[in-house]
Design a protein around this ligand. Structure first.
Ligand code: TYD
Ligand code: MG
Length: 452
């Protein structure tokens, strides 16, 4: 084996340096270099140079002779929306990464999935974070009581891979990859080398034994997966669990899926008996609505699903020189841009006003069609005028103040009709009697913000 030497490896991008420095030259991350014992690179390179090509010829076959991994090998999770996100359930032999903030409900969701799959299949739940007693407590709460559901507490990547390889279980849950380590590697759990090597072993074992594996991954406060990005490339499916930790809706969406599309989304709510799917989010989101000024209902699309959400704006005079802008559930840069457009293209003056935007229910809007609704909410709050309560709004706002068309207008309109709305303020390109067409921001405000 090659001699090992002390090296400094960036925990974000994996670049290796001989000397420590405060900033990674490669990815420009601060304070990410960590001392590690890595194999001597010169020795490895020397071996490669000497050995010429030492592999053997691949056994390639015609693609027509290959059997597809059959569709029957999917495990249903008992959550129909989550199955849709996965492309029809957990595929045997696939490795799925579930990433989310601490406390969002990853362990809860996985225990519920284990409970339902273990009714007729053998399932193993491995925890490196919690003791058997703690896991049992949660299992009891969630009603997981099958004989076929096994539990083990371990932080050894090797032991877990060996267990997966034995093909005893159809589903193995590993909670979480950041706690695992390999004895051969000297660095601490959660570092680039530990996470990627443990990940690699587990993936190899899953493929060899045709076991479905779900790996839990922690994310840092800015939403990136803690540890290396490499893991996201290695696994088959990356699921992001997002939302408010305390109450509100939580969403699971696939940011990568080798066996399905990435535009489905499952919406969950945490209750006393674990997570449950929210089948009719619009109704739940609008149930506590009071039509005040600054409140606008927007028809958004989450994945392929239309949802009506309330956007609230508050506009106050600024106390000290610099106006404050805050957005919850909406991109702050986008808000600043929209405020600039409002100031330039309409008569609204906001330079001495604090502007706050809130998307009700813990939803995060990533939809450019929210622009018009946000603008109208700000205008409504600034002028203390209400928008008609039977109107939904959607449309993208351009820098010239023009209203641009959006994706899937028919689905947004259908959802609004279903919930009893009478009209939609929307881009003029949509031909529908339901739509009150608007061409630019100014005319939209003049026309619909004038009634007291
Ligand atoms: P958990 O699943 O442990 O989060 P993670 O594994 O992502 O860190 O728990 C999430 C939170 O959910 C926890 O604070 C307690 C709460 N919870 C409930 O409200 N109801 C329940 O039935 C359970 C099991 C947990
Ligand atoms: Mg957990």
């Amino acid at each position: 084996m090659a001699k090992s030497k002390t090296r400094y490896q960036c925990q974000k991008c994996g670049a290796v340096y001989v000397k420590w420095s405060g900033r990674c030259e490669n990815c420009h991350e601060w304070n990410s270099l960590l001392e590690q014992n890595l194999p001597d690179e010169a020795a490895v390179k020397g071996a490669l140079a000497r050995g010429a090509i030492s592999g053997k010829k691949l056994d390639a076959v015609s693609i027509n002779t290959i059997e597809p991994s059959d569709a029957g090998s999917r495990l249903g999770t008992s959550f129909s929306d989550l199955d849709a996100v996965l492309g029809g359930g957990l595929l045997l032999g696939s490795v799925n990464l579930l990433a989310g903030q601490p406390g969002i409900g990853k362990s809860t969701l996985l225990m519920q999935i284990c409970a339902s799959i273990s009714v007729d299949r053998k399932v193993l739940y491995v925890s490196g974070e919690e003791s058997a007693g703690q896991v049992k407590l949660r299992a009891v709460r969630l009603g997981a009581s099958s004989e076929k559901l096994h539990f083990a507490s371990s932080t050894s990547g090797n032991d877990i891979a060996k267990t997966i390889e034995s093909a005893e279980y159809d589903l193995v849950v590993v909670d979480s990859i950041q706690t695992l380590s390999l004895a051969e590697i000297s660095s601490a759990p959660g570092t680039v080398s530990q996470v990627s090597n443990c990940g690699n072993l587990i993936i190899r074992a899953a493929k060899a034994s045709n076991t479905a594996v779900v790996i839990v991954g922690h994310v840092t406060k800015d939403g990136a997966l803690a540890g290396p990005k490499i893991l996201e490339h290695l696994v088959d499916v990356v699921l992001n669990f997002e939302g408010d930790r305390y109450g509100g809706f939580k969403t699971v969406r696939a940011v990568k899926n080798r066996f399905g599309s990435t535009n489905e989304v499952a919406i969950f709510e945490m209750g006393h008996a674990g997570l449950s799917e929210v089948k009719n989010p619009s109704e739940a989101l609008l149930s506590e609505r009071q039509n005040t000024d600054g409140s606008v209902i927007m028809a958004t699309i989450e994945g392929t699903r239309p949802i009506l959400v309330e956007i609230q704006a508050l506009v106050n005079p600024t106390n000290f020189g610099y106006p404050k802008r805050t957005a919850s559930g909406f991109d702050l840069n986008r808000l600043n841009l929209l405020i600039a457009v409002l100031e330039k293209r309409t008569k609204l003056k906001l330079q001495d006003k604090d502007v706050f935007i809130n998307v009700v229910g813990g939803m995060r809007l990533n939809d450019s069609a929210a622009d018009l609704a946000v603008c109208m909410a700000i205008a409504s709050a600034a002028a203390a005028r209400k928008l008609d309560e039977n109107i939904v709004v959607f449309g993208e706002v351009g820098l010239g103040g023009e209203i641009r068309s959006t994706s899937a207008p028919e689905r947004r309109i259908a959802e609004a009709k279903k919930l009893g709305f009478k009209h939609a303020i929307a881009p003029a390109t949509i031909k529908d009697k339901f739509v009150l067409p608007v061409k630019d921001l100014r005319s939209a405000l003049v026309k619909y913000m004038n009634n007291k």
